[in-house]
Design a protein around this ligand. Sequence first.
Ligand code: ATP
Ligand code: MG
Length: 486
Amino acid sequence: MFNSLISSIKRWHSKPKDGKGSKADSRSGKGRQPAPQKNRSPKTSRVIVPRSDHCLSRRDVSRAALTVMKRLQEAGFEAYIVGGGVRDLLLGGHPKDFDVATDATPEQAKQLFRGARIVGRRFRILHARIGREVIEVTTFRGHHSDGEAHEAQQSEHGMLLRDNVYGDLESDAVRRDFTVNALYYTINGFEIHDYTGGIRDIEQRLIRMIGDPATRYKEDPVRMLRAVRFAAKLDFDIEPATAAPLAELAPLLRNIAPARLFDEILKLLMSGNGERTFELLCEHGLWPHLFPDNALQLDTPEALALTRQALRNTDDRIRNDQRVTPAFLYAALLWPAVNSEQKFLIEKGIPPVPALAQAAQKITSNQLVHTAIPKRFSLPMREIWDMQSRLSRRGGERAFRLMEMPRFRAAYDFLLLREDSGEIPAGLGQWWTDFQAADEEQRQQMVRDAARSGPRGSKSRGRRSRGGRNRNRGKRPDNGAEHPSN
Ligand code: ATP
Ligand code: MG
């Protein structure tokens, strides 16, 4: 796809910064401010890829993003699409949104869009609403060492608390995280501007941090997760120097607000590449800082199988446009620890039901220290766990009542997951699969048989599976509510 780009690389307009009189410089808008900052490290050189040498077309950009860029340019400002929009289009993918970078301050840009709102404290961003789409408009960032002290604050760990020093296109590029995320596309000439070698890294399929990786991770530890997320999503390698500090700096994730971490977890594990992301998070020593109780269980084959299978199922469902919910995934990730704690409490003489309640409480509270779990997910998660023991008691009207419960489908899927991972013997899951497919008369008969054969009712189907891949798939009824979203 990049052949035309690669073959023409020598022709590109390439200049070390401070080179004046480039095409882009000569087009500066009349109302531009603030004045560009002086640029410092890391070193950059500008490459401008002309329209004829790249595959990105205006037609691939959303109408809303085009409108925002046009309006900013008509008012005399610069405007570029930057980040995932450019990156994903160059890779032939479909960006989930478009972000616009400009030299207009948030206040200046706000004047141009009715109903626009300035959001964020750490980074002040304008949300411009065009039709039903919201476009994030960010003002070029500058180097905080150049700016007024109070506009760029760092914590004792080197973490950036505020970063609202404005600058120019080049200083903005080097404040971004990875080279592949720092490509700028303008509809004023339809060129791509690359200051950090992003095009080269897209060609070489590398996630490379801009600047010194350790310093940049300390400024914002979430960048460690972003490195892994993009590597998994794009199937790129993490460039060695970018990967090197990850394991050592992983504990810095503790300094991230649990709510922000929860949002990142969703992007990491619920975007269709969860299993691969999990592998990379483990490889780079990040997983134990996100899900410590899960990580402690992973040397048990069943726990590892259950974790992987849950992520793989989530990936499959996303690929098939089926609904997924963090409640189910969190239920799976925390279950091995809950289960082991429950067993421990039972051994101490506590009856199973209160033992489960205590174990669930303990493991959930531990997790909350690391990542928030909003109540709308933690409550159904607990219900999925609670229903596990009830699924084996099917006598009388119980099975019929269970099937009517709002969390039945998720609890049933969870049971299958536990059987698939080898945590419990297979059998009960198939009974429920058959029960859902059966007519009324057959169901009555099944309930009577189950009452005779004991609580698990698995005598005739005792095949034990160890992490087998969804062997029942295709036979299971799917009413589309496997992962309820509430
Ligand atoms: P996607 O939206 O597909 O997840 P993206 O690259 O667009 O990927 P966003 O989180 O939307 O990611 O951020 C937009 C851009 O803002 C990024 O491409 C990057 O240039 C910059 N950016 C975002 N987060 C950070 C960060 N923590 N540090 C530095 N730059 C960042
Ligand atoms: Mg984006």
